[in-house]
Design a protein around this ligand. Sequence first.
Ligand SMILES: Nc1ncnc2c1ncn2[C@@H]1O[C@H](COP(=O)(O)OS(=O)(=O)O)[C@@H](OP(=O)(O)O)[C@H]1O
Ligand SMILES: Nc1ncnc2c1ncn2[C@@H]1O[C@H](COP(=O)(O)OP(=O)(O)O)[C@@H](O)[C@H]1O
Length: 172
Amino acid sequence: MGRALLLTGTVGAGKTSVAEAVGDLLAEAEVPHAVIDLDWLRRSWPAPPGDRFNVAMELRNLRSVAHNYLEAGADRLVLAGVVETGEQVRQCHDAVGVDLTVCRLKVELGVVQRRLARRHMGDHEALRRHLDRSGELDRILDDAKVADVTVTTTSGTLREVAADVLGAVGWE
Ligand SMILES: Nc1ncnc2c1ncn2[C@@H]1O[C@H](COP(=O)(O)OS(=O)(=O)O)[C@@H](OP(=O)(O)O)[C@H]1O
Ligand SMILES: Nc1ncnc2c1ncn2[C@@H]1O[C@H](COP(=O)(O)OP(=O)(O)O)[C@@H](O)[C@H]1O
């Protein structure tokens, strides 16, 4: 029976990068797995009214993609994405259909600002938007308390953070 890990956190916390690094560590340990960036499962336009982040489409796609990967032999699913409420975690769990552990990536906002400035170099509008949402979402996630474990990404290489994540969720 497979298991899933959802890496959540604010904009720029490292969800995508850490998910890739966790995938690399699992590959080195020869653990069959798949990495799924939820952002790519909701990138259709327009989003329906009242669903700014296209979450309904994301969940529909996740159900299909997770099923395919698990059927093809993945023992572990590594998801990167935002869940703002306990209800969204339940929907995500239902979509993957296997045990789901939620890991919050927590980072100092000053460090996020520097990382986002690098990521969005040359696009001031996108940087402004992501910085604004980063602070706001961080507070929403602090209040929501949907994570089973929390790992700090303020310092350490991506590989070190990924190893911390595997330790925190007991997948070592
Ligand atoms: N509730 C919720 N659900 C899903 N995604 C969320 C949510 N809140 C914020 N975000 C983050 O928004 C970032 C992408 O937003 P968009 O798809 O509008 O793209 S963009 O802002 O135009 O680049 C993308 O930022 P990154 O985390 O930096 O990739 C998302 O993670
Ligand atoms: N531990 C880390 N050390 C150095 N840079 C990092 C680390 N984690 C993330 N980054 C960088 O910070 C930026 C934001 O990370 P990203 O994975 O895009 O976050 P998210 O998916 O949560 O928005 C990227 O440019 C990424 O390379």
